[in-house]
Design a protein around this ligand. Structure first.
Ligand code: CDP
Ligand code: MG
Length: 687
């Protein structure tokens, strides 16, 4: 039983916590904007940003850079590109670009704008994300894309000359690619005075952006006569707001998944109609919560609940369900990662449940390990999440943490991704774009020098940078370890296998994730599993997939994610083309898995681990830094525990788990990277 404490009443007593019940009490309120159901045109005109249309167009005309701050849902992303087009910025074959940090946001926003303009997606309005280009060079005038894709476009067109206006959206998120992009756009602006930049952000952190783009600080003076004005303009879009009541838990919750389930069920019991948006940390969390909600005997009786996941990489059909209107008399529960925090707008949400956590990349340059870690969100994020409850009418936000925790423990803003990431991919990208002085690059906020130097070191040892710090490996391979593996496969005569492995490694998982059928799934995996490890297993899976004629039925029977397998096939074709262009011979080793493992080792030698002597629980230590790591339960080598392995990536929950593991011979390490391993202990394990 869950009870809520309303303001002005006596503080409630905890009656029964056995069922995972949670007690909340209410304190303050905040506000957000929102509107009822009306026609598309009316809807457009009612958005807060509409009143600022003229002002925005004026500022963009007059200023090189315009910073626009406005609450989520105020119309920044969907309206401003249309205003720009209406004002003529897309004439003469020019294109208006709008970047997003997330692929899913790119897709949904582009569909929405195409719908508003009554055009077919991919014609006047299009989008590009990695491996998916829904644009037409001749007619697309408004183009949505991830900031990563725009960075990649710079390789072919360093000045991004086809764009008249580039709107960098969701700048408050400070994603790694956004920050790199801002640094580069600032350089481009000096060469292309006619280019206009718009920086859109949901929070008022605009001052630091403005000073970053302000040339006066660096050049001393500016001539006001010259158009456009180089000094950035800032405009804030005010939204009318509905109140959101905030509720906190009285006591910290021991298990936020159970707390989420119990809170959703009591909202459904006690509160009037309105959809519920739940913020969790990632796909695993979300799947588990959905499982609990749909299995819970109490909720089974509730035919009115429609429980849906929302995260990047969600299949198209599931995305559509999330964004389609809730049927009358039903209640939608959308369980999401922080993608719904600011980049997507869900209509009809009245209740928000916020677990208080998010998954973040955190990199430690000393140990050279990058983890996805569940961390506390910032106050700014908490406010954004709460704001999602008040779009169409007054709403409520249930925070699964105490008010004291919010006030004393949560930081005001998050740390930019730049300052908590492995910078290897970023350095490769900048090098490929001809930025030679990486240490002197003008960043919106500087990364730590340790992380930068570490990245340069790794790239030297990988042979990706030569002695003059010039890029040796061809651009286009994003992950340096995967690139190295592919390059090495040329020498080992197994490039066909290496690109299959590369394609599988570049997506999240090929297995269908579903909790109730663990046993059947493990059995299905055994059909493909081999003692060499996951990479070789992937080759078997891919072979089976092709032999089945790329059948969805076959995937279904083998607990494989059909969409994921199709993606693997697509990526593989693309890699094949790149590899051919680089002059690598496409060749199969015809079943000689030793050379495949050697090629993998050549790329991933820095991720080598040894099983601890006398370890009974599968404890490994990395050779580099003696980090304690374990094989992930999803690996075919889980419980097999070969002595020597290399892994592809680490996920950390209660422990550091290695995903995608392959067994190796330690002598291959010195072969692959003598400069790296000559001083390391590679003695066999004593028995
Ligand atoms: O970018 P910002 O958060 O300021 O707002 P937006 O994404 O441009 O969304 C403006 C409005 O368009 C939202 O409040 C929704 O009413 C509507 N919208 C929608 O109905 N469906 C979408 N897929 C996107 C936006
Ligand atoms: Mg937006």
């Amino acid at each position: 039983m869950t009870r809520f404490w309303k303001p002005g009443t006596e503080n409630p007593r905890l009656l029964d916590d056995e069922e995972g019940g949670v007690i909340f009490y209410n304190t303050s309120s905040s506000s957000s904007s929102g509107y009822g159901y009306v026609s598309m045109d009316k809807q457009r005109q009612r958005l807060p940003v509409y009143k600022y249309r003229t002002a925005i167009l004026y500022l963009v005309e007059k200023h090189a850079t315009t910073i626009i701050v406005g609450e989520t849902g105020s119309g920044k992303t969907t309206q401003i590109p249309q205003y720009l087009k209406e004002a003529g910025w897309a004439e003469g074959g020019r294109v208006i670009a709008c970047t997003q940090p997330r692929r899913l946001a790119v897709q949904t926003v582009a569909s929405r704008v195409a719908e508003e303009m009554s055009v077919k997606l991919g014609e006047e309005v299009g989008y590009t994300i990695r491996f998916e280009d829904i644009t037409n060079n001749d007619i697309t005038r408004i183009k949505f894309l991830t900031d990563g894709v725009l960075l990649r476009e710079m390789m072919d067109d360093p000045l991004l000359s086809k764009y008249s206006v580039i709107m960098v959206d969701e700048a408050h998120e400070r994603s790694l690619s956004t920050d790199i992009l801002l640094g580069l756009l600032k350089k481009i602006q000096r060469r292309r005075p006619e280019l206009r930049l718009i920086i859109a952000s949901a929070t008022i952190e605009a001052k630091s952006m403005a000073s970053f783009f302000n040339p006066r600080k660096r050049q001393g003076q500016d001539d006001e006569q010259i158009e456009p004005n180089k000094e950035p303009a800032i405009i804030s879009v005010e939204g009318r707001g509905f109140n959101v009541q905030i509720y906190y838990v009285e006591e910290p919750v021991p298990d936020y998944l159970r707390a989420v389930v119990s809170t959703v069920l009591s909202i459904d019991d006690l509160e009037p109609m309105g959809d519920i948006l739940v913020f969790l940390t990632g796909q695993d969390d979300i799947d588990a919560a959905i499982q609990m909600l749909t299995e819970d005997s109490q909720s089974n009786r509730k035919k009115g609940l429609i429980v849906l996941p929302l995260y990047s990489g969600l299949p198209r059909a599931d995305q559509d369900l999330v964004f389609s209107p809730t049927p009358r008399g039903r209640r939608k529960v959308v369980i999401s990662t922080n993608i719904a925090e600011t980049s997507l707008t869900l209509e009809g949400v009245v209740y928000v449940v916020d677990c208080g956590f998010t998954k973040q990349r955190i990199y430690n340059p000393m140990t050279d390990i990058e983890n996805l870690v569940v961390t506390s969100i910032s106050k700014a994020s908490a406010r954004q999440r709460a704001g999602r409850a008040g779009r169409t009418r007054p709403g409520k936000c249930y925070r699964l943490y105490t008010e004291e925790y919010f006030i004393n423990e949560m930081s005001a803003y998050g740390i930019p991704e730049m300052q908590r990431s492995n910078l290897v991919p970023c350095v490769i990208q900048l090098k490929a774009l001809g930025v030679d002085n990486i240490l002197g690059f003008d960043w919106p906020s500087s990364p730590s020098p340790e992380a930068l130097i570490r990245a340069l070191e790794v790239l030297y040892s990988l042979g990706v940078l030569d002695d003059d710090a010039k890029l040796t490996s061809p651009a286009g391979f994003q992950d340096p370890m995967i690139s190295k593996m592919i390059l090495a496969s040329n020498d080992f005569g197994c490039s066909e296998e290496a690109i299959t492995i590369a394609a599988v490694l570049s997506i999240q998982s090929i297995w269908f994730s579903s909790k109730g059928v663990q046993k059947e799934m493990d059995e299905a995996k055994l059909r493909f599993a081999v003692s060499e490890g996951d990479h070789v297993t992937f080759l078997n899976v891919y072979k089976g997939f092709i032999e089945s004629g790329k059948s969805s039925n076959w995937c279904h029977k083998n607990f494989l994610n059909y969409q994921a397998m199709r993606k693997v096939h697509e990526i593989r074709l693309q890699l094949r083309r790149i590899v051919q262009r680089l002059g690598i011979t496409l060749k199969s080793c015809e079943g000689d898995m030793k050379v495949v493992r050697k090629a993998v080792t050549a790329g991933f030698f820095a991720n080598a681990c040894r099983l601890e002597a006398f370890s009974h629980n599968g404890l490994y230590k990395t050779i580099r830094s003696s980090q304690e790591v374990y094989i992930h339960p999803s690996s075919v080598l889980f419980r097999v525990n070969p002595k020597w392995i290399v892994f592809h990536s680490i996920v950390s929950t209660d422990r550091q788990y290695m995903r995608n593991v392959i067994s190796i011979d330690p002598s291959w390490l010195t072969e692959a990277a003598p400069h790296f391993y000559q001083h390391k202990q590679l003695d066999p394990i004593p028995h």
